[in-house]
Design a protein around this ligand. Sequence first.
Ligand code: MIG
Length: 694
Amino acid sequence: MIRRYDFGIPFPTEAVVLDLTPNPEPLPHFTKKGTKLNFFLKLERDTVVYGLGESNRGLNKRGYLYESFCSDTSTHTPDIFSMYGAHNFLLISGKNTFGVFIDCPEKITFDIGYSDYDDLKISGESTDYTIYIIEEDNLRSIIRSFRTLIGESYIPPKWGFGYQQSRWGYSKESEFYDIADQYQNLDIPLESIYMDIDYMEAYKDFTVDPSRFPNFKTMVSDLRSRGIRLVPIIDAGVKIEEGYSVYEEGVEHGYFCEDETGKPFVAAVWPGRVHFPDFINPAARKWFGEKYKILTDCGIDGFWNDMNEPAIFYSEEGLEETFSYLDSIRDTNIGIKESFGMREAIENLSNNPKDYDRFYHNHNGERIVHRKLHNLYGYMMTRAASEGLHSIQEDKRFLLFSRASYIGMHRYGGIWTGDNSSWWEHLLLNIKMMPSLNMCGFLYSGADLGGFGCDTTYDLMIRWLQFGLFTPLMRNHSAISTREQELYQFSSTGYFSKLLKFRYRLLPYLYSEFIKAVKCHEMFFLPLSFEYEHDSLSRSVEDQLLIGESLMSAPVYTQNAAGRYVYLPESMLMVKFDSRLERTCEILEKGHHFIDLSLEEFVLFIKRNKFLMLAPEANNTDSLDCTSFEIIGYSDKTDVLSYDFYDDDGISSKVDLSSMLQVQISKKDSVWKLSNQIPQIKITKIDIMEASVY
Ligand code: MIG
């Protein structure tokens, strides 16, 4: 059951798709104080609080403070409060179990047992918002209900599940050919190469620098014919420059955000001074979205939207304040106060919340200050892109994901989790964040594998990829001036080749489970506690994840570990892969186990009475055969096992589960065979471990 409660006059964020009648009764569970958004709830000692999508720390959010305020946070240390997304959904699992979604585009603070371990406080300045309370029988059905409320998640093309290579700094044609050559010469799979800001002419959106990319269209099609796609970045800010058509059209039609006096607001990002398209205005959205055609006409079919919190390097007003402060101390004896003052004045130039009070959106003729709509900006930019791409080619799926987001954006694109660092801690953060993102509808997502900031190492790259094998977005991305981490940069590459070929073996299963999760409003990454709700030990496991209906992953995320502890809530089949990706299987009983896993070994688990379909190895989706499978599984006293397998052409926008195939295998005369005739697929080998044999 979902109940809606309105306060004041909520802004139509379009986060939800169900039109519910507001409930006149007071909001249940919480105590409200004052006129602003201010709610309290007592937590029992063992209450677990899930949710908040893209946010810091654990799967259980208890014991810290979180802010929903889309922020360009460059260093994800444990003390930060906000990240790029604003996902105001909590699932409280205690004596009372329910979900709560606060639909409000302003900053909101979630104090989840931080000020007082036993109190949950949700607060903000807003007086206009909607709250939804979701109550169902169990955790999974609360998520299902919530996801029904917010609508179906974005589905990428199948090639979006391939292995993708990125780095900030690739800046000329020869570099892209070189990356493709290096991967292909070493027989390491590669699906796409990302184009970061350096492909543009002076960081102008929808331009390609002709001096560095003299034959852009040819390059796109050459690489495409080798199975590789290019994915360019689009930034939110539009460079101010006479003669640049995007700038001129935006000014002419009033498509940019305005300052207090009604002139286009000036801020600075990569290109220097820019204007921000007013993505709240549907006409501006349509205009910006259709610009993507400039690149799709060159053969591009995937994009990533960046800097759309929006990130600001400085505003004119901010510059003015900083310079006048510096002037004021110029002739003084600069002591400790001024010394710190100077540093602070410079640091505060960028991403200063004061700037969000300095520009306005046009909402049906009404001027609304940005701060009140802040968390919608990246969402509406990505919506603009999605609707634009849809108008360019309606029957085709494009790859699209964003940095900033709000619930509702999950219908238009995926997200990547931004500028992490090459730290082992961020591999663990990646693992813990995935299910929280899924709760909020963001199924197509992943982190910068290997780490974005700082220098990566061979062992971190390996362990991160061993987890990345399972994330829908599997992209290796790093920052300019850090150690290069394309897989051919390491002295030994053989293992990477094997590992990525295995990603393609898994891909049909991942794709099938992904589409089913979208269509059935399920999670792709599920915490153990959602499946084994009455197993109390499962409630504290945050470093093992269920993936779809058959698998559990238990990645190694510490340096120099010889293996790891794994907790099994029931018996499972352990499948261990060695450095040549050859496997050994063993049935492990419910309980704790230590699994030895040297660096080039990883493990996955198959659940009781489930199986996994593995395709043949491939180096990209063009050459992936999704019709021929090997089956590995675990039967516990049953002679019949089945799996609902979904597949399609991976590109047309119409996706429905009616083409799903039920793959059923059964044991006769002690041999496992496919029991039904399925002309679409071929089973080459069946390897089922039986509990009775154990
Ligand atoms: O201020 O485009 O998160 O992935 O490589 C940095 C350069 C801007 C931030 C993105 C990152 C990207 C980088 N961008």
